[in-house]
Design a binder for this molecule. Sequence first.
Ligand code: HEC
Ligand code: HEC
Length: 488
Amino acid sequence: MNATKMCKVLLAMGLAGGLMAHPQISGGQTGASSIGTDDATKGTERDDNENAGACEWQSVDQPDGARNGAGRKCAKARPLFEQGKAIFRFDTFGDEDYWGGKLQLHKAIEGTALGGVGPGVSPKTALTVAGLKVDVDALPRDLQMELKRGKVDLDSPATTLALLKLNAVVGVKGFFGSGGGSLSSIGITCAICHSTVDDSFAPGIGKRLDGWPNQDLDTGLIVSLAPNLVPAAEQVLGASDPATINTLKKVLLSWGPGFYDAEVNIDAIGFRPDGKSAAVRIPAAYGHLGEDLHTWTGGFGDVTYWNAYVANLQMHGNGNFNDERFNDPAKYPAAVRGSFFRLRHTPDQVTPKLAALHYYQLSLQAPKPPKGSFNAAAAERGEAIFNGQGKCAECHMPSLYTDAGYNAHTPTEMCIDSFQADRGPTGSIGSTMVTPQLKGLWARSKRGFFHDGRFPTLLAVVSHYDACFNLGLRPDEERDLVEFLKSL
Ligand code: HEC
Ligand code: HEC
């Protein structure tokens, strides 16, 4: 399919999803941000998309072709992109009904002094312990100045509330009482896990980087702070006595920064057989255009499948969802407890957003490595090994760096255990792992490599493959291969 056609297909999907008919698409009944709603109604300009070259590949990242000189404007792509961005960043899909309404997480953020429970969460704790990020562009100039001068109290939960009111905490949306006073609920968005900031203002404070995994975010710790874990324990573990709540907390606290377990609440498996955490690295949400299957195991489906899965089953948004594979009490007892195989909500706050979200997801490109972060001559030698003796390109096919076609393999092919692979729904070749695309590796390497971070360095990955595939690489060849991986 050529680029123009592809763009048209994406646009058609957006229109089929009824996006243009929903001016309140990113706000809706959730009271979530209304950013992008203007664009949604403006998207009725006609016919530009019928022109050849209206939606060139080069302009996918920034569909406003006029701006980057890539050709004509893609009139409908731009609103779709902006809607998708607003949803990705700001839409909670109504999940505040769960995080605030049921788990009462907002009370733990407020703390006793402000009407909640416990010590509260100060900005310092939010940034350094929880790994949350602050969007500098959401901070008014005078506040930025005061921050620079050290005049802002970073030890007070009241400051966290002020930041939430400014919509400045990446991926976290505060809901405030009608008087504008205390926090009445809290919701999360895709950006909490799949965006970070560039630290340009201070550590943890900077400009948003969508698609980059938040490698510092301790999701398990954050959830464990919730004053009421009963609804979570009932659904995940089927009971809510103190011992079960304790088990749930143990599972949550085993994850650590940059990790999350998106399957424990369907299969109720909290730990690997060897006792280690069952969580996986939060993957990059960039660089996925052109890929077939998604997530670490691939058995679930593609990007848009997974977006619906996460919005409904992980974030607990109020949407509709079907997956009859989860109606399996033996493999997915927790999913059965939550009726996750068939969810219905009125209104459905997820489905109308999937097309724009898909479009935005696929437009996120992998970031280029910083200058000087690798040795160019060694990388060039490494590339030859990657495509030749190393046999890497057998699966990581340039320029996608995943397989063209069916991009999943049995774990034995990579000489690894099948624990994670077995958790996903299995296809006709049994349990699999997806070949992850390798671009922008440098921006997701803080937590090691492979789904669970088992290899601490790229050299450890290469040595593993050397042994697994019996490649006979010399140490200098292994090092060259590593430089190539760093250059992607
Ligand atoms: C609490 C953290 C968290 C949130 C919130 C979250 N994700 Fe994810 N996301 C993950 C993790 C962890 C995985 C890997 C899951 C697995 O393979 O088991 C993942 C996987 C993905 C993938 C597949 C990436 C790949 O390598 O194939 C996409 C795409 C994605 N998420 C998009 C989204 C979107 C869109 C949203 C919002 C609707 C979202 N995620 C919300 C943590 C999160
Ligand atoms: C048989 C297919 C196959 C071959 C051949 C292969 N890989 Fe992989 N690669 C995979 C799969 C599947 C994974 C995911 C494994 C996991 O997460 O458990 C992976 C993961 C990786 C990762 C980790 C990415 C991340 O984000 O954690 C790197 C780096 C990598 N491979 C590099 C290479 C190199 C270098 C070679 C050649 C020496 C190679 N691969 C050969 C399939 C393959």
